[in-house]
Design a protein around this ligand. Structure first.
Ligand code: BTN
Length: 278
């Protein structure tokens, strides 16, 4: 039987349960803070990072009351069903490399989900999808210190055992969970351990500047390129074809007049499936 389906594994997220059988070298091996309920694990991580918590500190919650998504959105975090975690990272690199961290984490999350038996896809820059519905998201935040990243918080939310009626009505038609996709509940602990095990080497590649390899892996899961996208930028909106990623992960979108726009950050909505090139 797949260990993801092993119901004898505890569903309670405790430091002991997480560290037991964890196969990482350092990620999640140091400080692990587990909360039953917290406003947001990213907020907790930020607080701990300012108190000098070491790289690899893991913050996990059973539920969040103010789970945050990108662009000021909220992240529904019902108790007991999802994975809500944040990791404190201290990469020694300049601020302009920071957006690559989201893409790096996306590769790890998609790879972990793939091991459960479903086919994940990545929507640029931070969404994890199954059959075009959102199953997870990444919220990377950072504090910069002059010309370096002082610390980064990598927040990851995955709808694991979330039932349809636990998803907010506003996103119900756009979201899914692993349980809905697989038709079976999964072990959150085993998924978390798998994710940490996969994230560790991808993050080390990020730190080593091996972004080409990361981008190649990202493109294996890509669900954005070759689509017509609607990009919501701070002061304007752009519709065009998502053509390619630049070597640093920037999205290139060609508008209908043929002008190519470089999108470093923005909200991307996939327009129509039929526009995807074969
Ligand atoms: C998004 O899709 O916009 C990102 C969602 C990120 C949600 C996770 S859940 C754990 C961590 N704590 C938060 O408040 N947000 C992230």
């Amino acid at each position: 039987m797949s260990p993801f389906l092993d119901q004898t594994l505890s569903n309670s997220l405790s430091p002991h349960a997480i560290k037991k059988h964890l196969r990482t070298r350092w990620l999640g091996q140091r400080e692990v803070c587990c909360f039953d309920v917290v406003e947001s694990t990213n907020t907790e991580a930020n607080r701990l990072a300012r108190e000098d918590a070491p790289e690899g500190t893991l913050i996990v919650a059973n539920a969040q009351t103010k789970g945050r998504g990108r662009l000021g959105r909220s992240w529904a975090s019902p108790p007991g069903s999802g994975l809500y975690l944040s990791i404190i990272l201290r990469p020694d690199c300049p601020p302009n490399r920071f957006p690559r961290l989201t893409l790096t984490a996306g590769v790890a999350v998609a790879s972990a989900i793939q091991q459960t038996g479903v086919k994940p896809q990545l929507k640029w820059p931070n969404d994890i999808l199954i059959a075009d519905r959102k199953v997870g998201g990444i919220l990377a935040e950072a504090v910069f210190d002059r010309r370096r990243i002082d610390f980064a918080i990598l927040g990851i939310g995955i709808n694991v055992n979330t039932e349809r009626d636990e998803l907010p009505v506003s996103v119900r038609s756009l979201a899914t969970s692993l349980r809905i996709s697989l038709g079976k509940p999964l072990s959150r602990i085993y998924l978390l351990q798998t994710l940490l095990h996969l994230l560790e080497p991808w993050y080390e590649s990020f730190c080593a500047g091996a972004f080409e390899t990361i981008l190649d892996a990202w493109c294996e899961f890509d669900n954005t390129l070759g689509r017509v996208v609607d990009v919501f930028l701070p002061e304007r909106r752009l519709v065009g074809m998502a053509e390619a990623l630049e070597p640093d992960g920037t999205l290139l979108v060609r508008d209908k007049r043929g002008c190519v726009h470089r999108i470093i950050a923005g909200d991307v909505v996939h327009c129509r499936l039929e526009n995807r090139e074969p």
